[in-house]
Every structure is written in C-alpha cells, then in structure tokens.
Design a protein around this ligand. Sequence first.
Ligand SMILES: [Zn+2]
Length: 304
Amino acid sequence: MTLLRSSLLLLGVSSAFASPARVIRQETVTVTATPSAAAPTATAWDAGAVTSWTIHSSCNRTERAQLERAFGETITLVNHARDHILRWGNASELYQKYFGDASTGEPVGWFGKIANGDKAGVIFRCDNPDGNCAQEGWAGHWRGENATSETVICPLSYETRKPLEAMCGHGYTVANSNTNFYFASDLLHRLLHIPQVGEGIVEHYAEDYPEVLELAENTPSEAVKNSDTLQYFALEAYAYDIALPGEGCPGKYTATSEAPVASATETPTATTNKRKAKAIRNATPTPTVSCTAPEHAVMSETNS
Ligand SMILES: [Zn+2]
C-alpha cells in the first residue's frame, strides 16, 4: 500500500520532472497491477436489458404507486407458481388439477418469462387513448392492434382490484371468484396478451373454472398455454402454499352462485360479458376466443 501510494505520487511528479530513475519506478507499479487487469471479464451480453415494465407518464403518482406495487405482487405470484412446479413437477395434485398430465416445461416457461423476461417496450398507461375506459365496467384493456405492447389500466382497477396480501379475504375462493379479483392475477392475464410475453401462443382455450378443469383433463396440451389456467393455478398455489398454508381457499364450485366481485357496480357487466364470451366461444373453433377480436376485448379486458 505504502509502496503503491509513493509510486503514484512519483507518477504525478514524473510528468513534470521525468528522470530515468522515476520512470523505472512507474513501470514497477504497472507490472504490479497487471494480474487484475488480465482477469477474465464478462461480455456485455445483456447490455440494454430492461428489467421492469414501463409506467406511462399519463399515470399520476397515486396510480404509479399502485401499479408498482401490483407489478411486485405479479412477480411474487408467478415466481411462486413456477417454484411450486419446479419443486413438485407433475406429481403435484395442484399441477394435475390444472395441467393434467402435460409436461411441466411450458407453464414453468410462461411464469418464468413474466418474472424474468426482458420488459422493454411493455407499457402500462393511465389515460384513455382508445376511449374504452368511459364505458361502464371497463377496468382496463389491452390496446390490441392500436399498440400491441400497451395496456390501459382504467380508474376502476384502482378502486376494485385487491392486493395479494388479501388472498382468501373478501369472500374470495378460487372456484367461485373471478381470476381478476387480485391486481396481480389481473396483470398476469394482461401481460400474457403482450406478444413478446405470450408470443401469440398463450390464448383463451377455456375460461370458466369448470371449463378450465375440463381442459386439463381432456386437452392438457392446451391447458399449459391457456391464459385462465395459468391464472387459476398461480392463485391456488399461492393461496394454499403461502397465504393460508395447507388450507388455501379453493372453494367448491357452485354453478348458480354469483362470483364475488370486487365491486358491486361490476356485477351486471361481468355477468353479461360472461354470457357474451360463452356465446363467442361456442361459435368459434379452438382456440376458442382470440383477444384480438373486438367482442372478446369487451369481455376479457373489462372482466379480466
Ligand atoms: Zn384475454
């Protein structure tokens, strides 16, 4: 240390008063530093990586704060879903319930992409560029062809979506509540619409709880790329493993029951839209409903 300091001092002096002796001392310092300079260095393979979704300038501080919190919760939710599968594979009863006998790589991949995939250009905004937020019951929507990597979160979302810490509260059960009850699971669905996330592969093959269970049993290859299946699995895994360990809130599906919704004002719209979705689904071959269809945009982006 002393040697280095004096050498550096001499280095400064040497520029003004160069002498052969001082030049030699300077070279000694350079040789001492060589080992660390020669150490292998990583390439900048991930230069420019974007690790968080972008919140548009149209969001005020309150909206931004809520979105940032919901982003964190979304990561928590999908990370646990992935970890559950990584730990138990398809030996998990929960896995079998939602994905049947499908191999595990695909759902692990989708959850992993949401948590760790590059987030460049994925924008959440709080203005109303397409005019949809003015319609009753609209809590947000994917902008579709208008801007494929943009999502609008309408004011209703901030009023109604629940935080993940309220898992199993407010009357929520997996079987009987909407998959967008929590802000985190709502964003999970919205993110899967973004082409760089869902790659146009994650789609709506089944939506209602019984249909999702049926898909797992009959067409597991579609269950692993079904948007609602990924939501249901993530919610139930989090509820059972984390929120209320060993208990969760799976609920028992009741066809006639009104799904608890986050806001009473949403109920009529949600019901109408569910019927609408079913009509569309029944009329179209698999994948049953595309979110690029305007009809589905009404259903999915209002209700999901
Ligand atoms: Zn959708």
